[in-house]
Design a protein around this ligand. Structure first.
Ligand code: NCD
Length: 311
């Protein structure tokens, strides 16, 4: 793997090995120990779309390992407003950084960017396409909470059409033999080509509009935000806004170890009264983004992760 554009760039063995390294890096992410194995390396953070967690967790991952970070910053203050093409902007990166992270509103932009440079490129979200590093931290969370990735019952809920996190995650979970329930409004179902692909590889898939019907069978409920910014017009968004909401009272029939995840930001999909339940894992999940990304950065930069011992 020289770049990470979709989860297809990783084998299951590579995914598990990234998660193993990530686990060993927890003390570094917590600031309990220092391991500057990326000293002298420079990461370029190129975010052409808003981001809080992904951008900041890449930055803290790099810095906790002794590396440095360059930020493109506000696109409005870059040469993009002068009409520079993405291809040209990317070509500079070979001279400025050792690795680049890109988020862009256009599907396919990360693949396109990786063709413009020699350094590794990491897709941090390309429009309604893919978000493979979110998948790594999602898998890390699931494995930490359930002890395995194999054979779980996972529901993906919300905007499955435009949500890139669920596109990447469903493909990875299917490869680990999970059964998937896709819960969405009929206008926001999982893209047909993904459903067909997953079914043809033997994955059990149920598609429904009913969030509350199957809660007692689930090991994971993965909630997502309706991707307002991808709707062609506001009226279409209003028709589906707020359609799914998880409240504490919905969880009475849930298994004790069922976990609720969310890539965040949440809008109104999960009521704050869920936060105090044993099921809520979304903030822990966001923290795991740091170790998942530390581990990935080391892998792509060819730096081996030593055994980590707390100080
Ligand atoms: C997600 C994204 O950008 O796709 N956010 C994230 O990276 N944690 C989800 C979203 O914006 O809804």
């Amino acid at each position: 793997m020289s770049s990470l554009i979709t989860v297809d760039d990783l084998t299951n063995e590579e995914i598990l090995s990234i998660l193993d390294d990530a686990e060993r890096m927890l003390p570094i992410a917590r600031g309990e120990t220092h391991l500057p194995i990326l000293a002298g390396k420079v990461l370029a953070n190129l975010f052409f779309e808003p981001s809080t967690r992904t951008r900041m967790s890449f930055e803290t991952a790099m810095k906790r390992l002794g590396g440095a970070v360059l930020n493109l910053g506000d696109v409005a203050n870059s040469s993009v407003v002068k009409g520079e093409t993405l291809y040209d902007t990317m070509q500079m990166m070979d001279g400025y950084a050792d690795i680049a992270v890109i988020r862009h509103p256009r599907q396919g932009a990360a693949r396109y960017s990786s063709n413009a440079v020699n350094i590794p490129v990491i897709n941090a979200g390309d429009g309604a396409g893919h978000h493979p590093t979110q998948t790594l931290l999602d898998l890390f969370t699931i494995r930490t909470c359930h002890g395995t990735l194999e054979g779980l019952n996972v529901a993906l809920v919300g905007d499955l059409r435009y949500g890139r996190t669920v596109h990447s995650l469903s493909e990875a979970l299917a490869r680990f033999g999970c059964s998937l329930t896709f819960i969405s409004p009929s206008s926001l179902t999982m893209p047909e080509e993904i459903v067909t692909d997953l079914r043809s590889s033997g994955t059990s898939i149920t598609e429904t509009e009913d969030l509350h019907g199957s809660i007692e069978q689930l090991d994971v409920i993965y909630m997502t935000r309706i991707q307002k910014e991808r709707f062609p017009d506001e009226d279409e968004y209003q028709k589906v806004a707020g359609v799914f909401k998880l409240n504490q009272s919905d969880l009475v029939s849930a298994k004790k170890n069922m976990i609720i995840m969310h890539p965040l930001p949440r809008v109104d999909e999960i009521s704050p009264d869920v936060d105090s339940t044993v099921h809520a894992k979304y903030f822990e999940q966001a923290f795991y983004g740091v170790v998942a990304r530390m581990s990935l950065l080391c892998r792509l930069l060819g730096v081996e992760v030593p055994e980590v011992v707390s100080e």
